[in-house]
Ligand binder design. Structure first.
Ligand code: GLV
Ligand code: MN
Ligand code: MN
Ligand code: MN
Length: 410
């Protein structure tokens, strides 16, 4: 039996303490990006990192880096991290685990009086979820040079508030340039957010790849009119168009199995009055697949069906793909470090492809990157019921610890 390196109870308690900020009655968390609650969570993380002896840097996208000096502090750091923002009905673990596992690695190094050759950092990436400000992973995207800084700062929520305004309001519009400094490696620990590890009774997922995503925004415009006097033959009902398209989105997902996912998660009906025929509907589409070619076929199918449905119903359409994040292969050396650590600890493990997007996807463009997954209860995430066991979370953190320390000393 291997001894546990990190402090399981401390990691769990930190997750529970952080989960109180925006905690919901059902045991989940609602902490949207750049709200007052997000500020509180950031402040708590920064305080914990200062208590652990780290120096803090914040960049212009509000990304936070807690630095633990290396023996040669001029070397690029090995960075760990994830996000503190959540979905509206999110859980205590999605993102938060990767942030606090990074802090736990640093606390454990302190406990044991261990030094590393290269410095080590724990990081928080702004607005990973993309729930309040689409797209997802926007601040890690700016860091990696995928998006311009102006693009990141000008992303707006449904009320028209921009990330730049909200960063300033909560005091996290840091002075540092975004990106442009090398990482020796980046490691992100995360709950799996799907059922594979739990079903196969594996404690660790060695993440080799992440699937690609395409996000769309579609507005259908017909004509508002009275629900009583307007005959069925004279209607241009935008919601009927949306309903047909939503069904088609689902069918496109089903037609590209195995592995395709297709979701309409946001729908706004105007004027949303029970006796007015809807004149306009806004909705989003989220397509995912590990193979870029299949994702392109799904895109083609969506465009064709959208054209035919709107023509048939006499609707106008504004159709925009707002985001494409291609499939990501992670760094084979970093992945091997994760696999080796899982083996050394005697944890059951398997290679796995991430179904979700993660900041690691963008950071992998500018640094050798890998991820560690642990199981979550019933495979449920983006849900207040999201849960994971203290033992599995500690196992993932032990793997993270070993991979990070080995990389930092190499
Ligand atoms: C972000 O959580 C995503 O993968 O949708
Ligand atoms: Mn996440
Ligand atoms: Mn998420
Ligand atoms: Mn995510």
């Amino acid at each position: 039996m291997q001894k546990t390196m990190i402090n399981q109870q401390r990691l769990w308690q930190s997750l529970m303490d952080m989960g109180e900020i925006g905690g919901t009655e059902k045991g989940g968390v609602c902490r949207l990006a750049l709200t007052d609650l997000d500020k509180q969570a950031r402040d708590l993380f920064v305080q914990w990192c200062k208590d652990a002896g780290c120096t803090i840097r914040i960049d212009k996208m509000g990304n936070i880096f807690a630095h633990r000096a290396g023996l040669d502090d001029s070397l690029p750091p090995v960075v760990m991290g994830s996000h503190l923002d959540t979905q509206p009905t999110g859980g205590k673990f999605d993102g938060i685990y990767g942030v606090l596992a990074g802090l736990e690695v640093i606390r454990t190094l302190n406990d044991k009086g261990m030094e590393t050759r290269a410095p080590i950092e724990a990081s928080v990436w702004t607005n990973e979820e993309g729930s309040r400000f689409p797209p997802a992973m926007v601040a890690s995207g700016v860091f990696a040079g995928v998006f311009e800084l102006d693009y990141g700062l000008s992303r707006a929520d449904l009320d028209g508030k921009t990330m730049g305004q909200e960063l300033e309001r909560i005091g996290y519009n840091g002075p540092d340039d975004v990106g442009g400094r090398p990482f020796k490696a980046f490691f992100e620990a995360h709950i799996e957010q799907g059922p594979i590890l739990e079903d196969e009774k594996k404690q660790i997922g060695v993440v080799t790849d992440a699937q690609g995503q395409r996000w769309y925004e579609i507005t259908l415009t017909g004509q508002e009119s009275h629900a009583g006097p307007t005959p069925m033959s004279r209607r241009r009902d935008a919601l009927v168009g949306a309903a047909r398209l939503i069904d088609q989105v689902n069918k496109i997902g089903l037609a590209h199995q195995p592995n395709a996912c297709a979701t309409v998660g946001l729908l706004q009906v105007f004027p949303n009055s029970r006796n007015v025929i809807p004149g306009q509907v806004f909705f989003t589409v989220d397509f995912r697949h590990p193979d870029a070619d299949v994702l392109a076929k799904m895109d083609q199918a969506l465009r064709e069906t959208a054209d035919s449905v709107t023509t048939e119903l006499g609707l106008e359409m504004a159709f925009e793909q707002i985001w494409y994040s291609p499939p990501v292969p992670f760094d084979t050396d970093c992945v091997a470090l994760v696999r080796q650590a899982a083996t050394d600890f005697g944890y059951s493990h398997r290679d796995i492809v991430s179904g979700a997007g993660h900041d690691a996807c963008y950071i992998s463009r500018v640094a050798p990157t890998a991820m560690v997954f642990v199981p979550c209860e019933n495979g449920i995430s983006h849900n207040e019921a999201e849960n994971a066991t203290p033992e599995d979370l500690a196992a993932g953190c032990n793997v993270l610890f070993q991979a990070v320390v080995e990389r930092a000393n190499s």
